[in-house]
Write a protein that binds this ligand. Structure first.
Ligand SMILES: [Zn+2]
Length: 248
């Protein structure tokens, strides 16, 4: 016998099914990532019409069957509707949803990823932080939360924490000035770029979007993130292709 459960979460993806239904991917605090069917949610008079869309955050009451969830009712506390009026910000949002979908697992504790997504969408609606910086912060923090990321706090050659100079792909992290010579493919980094990476890795989610960086640091983050995403995320994100065609 199935049962009804109420889960706190966010809609990551919503795909149309048949004439009137949707298949949702939800990131939830209690069950990690789940798939839920929202029957009739594309009908104009459906109570699920507004809820069954990406970015909707709130309480989702589902009937838990043997193999899938059916969404019965939703109480949405934040639709992030500001994103629907800003094409570029919305595509950043879709990209973040796709990354969360990539990392999250069913029945895994995804509470921190959910909090990160919520804070990141709020930051997208805040004009004071450049969207590009939000992207690099989100990419790097989600790598850290997933546990697959390079060593950014000490030299991978000798272990010192000072005079760190570059990221070395083959070494899986930073090297210091003494270990730099002979390191193949080293990406040289400013001290303030390294500090920024350390700050993001160790910061609470609440303090993550409380700073901006110089143009030099932003340029280095762009270069480094492109390398890190290739090495540590084994996926070509569809929404990133669209986003890059919009912003460049
Ligand atoms: Zn060293």
């Amino acid at each position: 016998m199935g049962q009804t459960v109420t889960l706190t979460g966010m809609v990551l993806l919503a795909a149309p099914i048949g004439d009137y239904d949707k298949r949702l991917v939800l990131l939830t605090k209690e069950r990690g990532k789940i798939t839920a069917f929202a029957k009739g949610s594309r009908r104009q008079n459906s109570p699920l019409l507004a809820a069954a869309n990406p970015f909707s955050f709130g309480a989702f009451t589902c009937f838990e069957g043997r193999t899938s969830y059916n969404l019965m009712q939703a109480e949405i506390s934040n639709y992030f509707s500001g994103l629907s009026q800003d094409y570029e910000a919305a595509y950043y949002g879709f990209y973040f949803m796709e990354i969360a979908d990539y990392y999250a697992r069913e029945n895994n504790d995804e509470a921190e990823m959910l909090r990160l997504l919520y804070a990141t969408l709020r930051a997208l609606m805040n004009a004071h932080i450049p969207n590009e910086l939000i992207r690099y912060i989100f990419e790097w923090k989600s790598m850290v939360i997933s546990g697959e990321y390079p060593q950014m706090f000490c030299c991978t050659g000798c272990g010192v924490q000072e005079d760190l100079r570059a990221f070395v792909p083959a070494g899986d992290g930073l090297v210091c000035k003494n270990c730099l010579s002979g390191s193949k493919g080293a990406v040289l980094l400013l001290e303030s770029t390294i500090y920024t990476y350390q700050y993001i890795a160790s910061s609470t989610i609440e303090k993550l979007y409380s700073f901006t960086v110089s143009e030099d640091v932003l340029r280095e983050m762009k270069r480094l993130q492109s390398r890190l995403c290739k090495i540590y995320m084994d996926k070509q994100f569809k929404s990133l292709d669209i986003l890059e065609s919009i912003v460049t």
